[in-house]
Design a protein around this ligand. Sequence first.
Ligand SMILES: [Fe+2]
Length: 198
Amino acid sequence: MGNRGRADLPLAVQAGDGALTLEERAEVWIEPYWNAEHLRRTRDWLLELEPDASEALRLAALTHDMERHFPEGSPQQNLAVPPEGDMEYRRLHSERSAAIVGDWLRGEGADEGLVAEIERLILAHEVGGAQDEDLLHAADSISFIETNVDLPARWAAEGKCTFERGVDQHRWMYERIRVPRARELARPLYERILGLAA
Ligand SMILES: [Fe+2]
């Protein structure tokens, strides 16, 4: 997958700088991404759901969408169908993110076992599966609903789809959550979206 994104690394935090942890270097790496707040809030919600979340989970939460920061070659979702009708897009997005994050982690000198764990989690972030994968999936979903409040209006203004289709993206994000506590936490955030549509 080459050196995608490597040029974005600030010199001060390249591999070998022991001053920052890997997680702190990831915070720096994601900073220029336009939706970095969604990634940071995914980690926050992960820690709300599981205060003892592993380093792999925290790093996966913080980086799971990073392929969107490198739009050349990024898969495009089909907004003419409901979200659950285009899981092929979700698979391609997950695979590309896992590859880009894996490349970045190796460039940072991360342990190969840790890299494999993070890649596994990112590959599963749109579908869940194992308990830790469900936690990441839930945290991502809550953060999406929280940090993309303006998405229906933005997509409609850009001519990508109707306002209602944008709201439906939030409906899907809410309904897909499997962790009961996460559903509770997402409910008021989803109701805020429904209020916009009313
Ligand atoms: Fe996400």
